[in-house]
Design a protein around this ligand. Structure first.
Ligand SMILES: Nc1ncnc2c1ncn2[C@@H]1O[C@H](COP(=O)(O)OP(=O)(O)OP(=O)(O)O)[C@@H](O)[C@H]1O
Ligand SMILES: [Mg+2]
Length: 241
């Protein structure tokens, strides 16, 4: 579904992402982990058209080269992301926020009514339907994260890129969110590429983990393989021990 080859992004002299190659299959949940500054968000930005990667980078989504495309065109193809810092429209209701996802999503000619219908369905799926008419400014952080997921879902993604969606949540909230992510794949067939620092959350649901360190792919494997990988433990997991 997603094939990234030799992805490279530099900022001046700094190589933030250093020739990274990987694939994500249809229906897969893949975790992306690595220390602060490893290049994880830059990798997302380079895939989704927020940043322009260096020449020589190839990004194929469903067999189409998407490197030169704009973010909104990439989203229309079904590759949709959330941001590390929640981006909700505080002056709009929860439902209005999610409706924007449907209007700017994977569907050329959707009416306002259809978009709202799809937004309600997404809120139902995510478990936020009872907050539909609340101003987004007035919901707590855990629900803002749910709102972001609902908005992404309303845009009919085929591959969802999540950037630290579990950060700042309580263990109970994280468990709920992780369960929702698993349901998105199991019940909706949405593939997920998930950046996360909270190791237990991403490891509990990912089929495969990719580890970045100083812009390079350090390791790739099942959660069990990654936990047992000495260089990963040294570079990253060691911090937590
Ligand atoms: N717009 C930018 N301009 C210059 N340098 C940048 C820019 N964005 C990121 N960087 C640098 O690129 C490197 C990778 O940053 P990035 O945000 O991708 O890391 P990350 O793995 O997402 O980290 P974190 O876990 O803290 O979110 C860092 O050294 C960062 O300072
Ligand atoms: Mg980041």
């Amino acid at each position: 579904m997603l094939a990234v080859t030799d992805l490279r992004k530099e900022f001046g002299g700094l190589v933030a992402v250093d020739d990274v190659t990987f694939e994500i299959a249809d229906g897969e949940i893949v975790g992306l982990i690595g220390p602060n500054g490893a290049g994880k968000t830059t990798l997302f930005n380079s895939i989704t058209g927020v940043l322009e990667p260096e020449d020589g980078t190839h990004v194929e989504f469903d067999g189409t080269d998407i490197v030169a495309l704009e973010t909104h065109d990439i989203a229309r193809k079904g590759l949709v992301r959330t941001f590390q810092i929640v981006r909700v429209f505080n002056e709009m209701t929860v439902l209005e926020n999610v409706t924007t996802g449907a209007l700017f999503g994977n569907d050329e000619s959707i009416s306002r009514d259809e978009a709202e219908e799809r937004a309600r369905e997404a809120l139902e799926f995510i478990g936020l339907a009872d907050k539909a008419d609340v101003l987004a400014a007035n919901i707590p952080i855990a629900q803002k994260k749910q709102l972001e997921l609902a908005r992404a879902l309303a845009s009919k993604p085929r591959l969802l890129l999540l950037d630290e969606i579990a950060s700042g949540l309580t263990p109970g909230e994280i468990a709920e969110l992780t369960d929702t992510i698993r349901r998105l794949r199991d019940e909706r067939g949405i593939s997920v590429f998930w950046i996360e620092h909270i190791m237990d959350a991403v490891m509990s649901v990912a089929d495969r983990i990719i580890v970045l360190n100083s812009g390079r792919k350090l390791a790739e494997g099942t959660p069990e393989e990654i936990r047992a990988n000495d260089s990963v433990v040294e570079a990253y997991l060691g911090d937590e021990a």
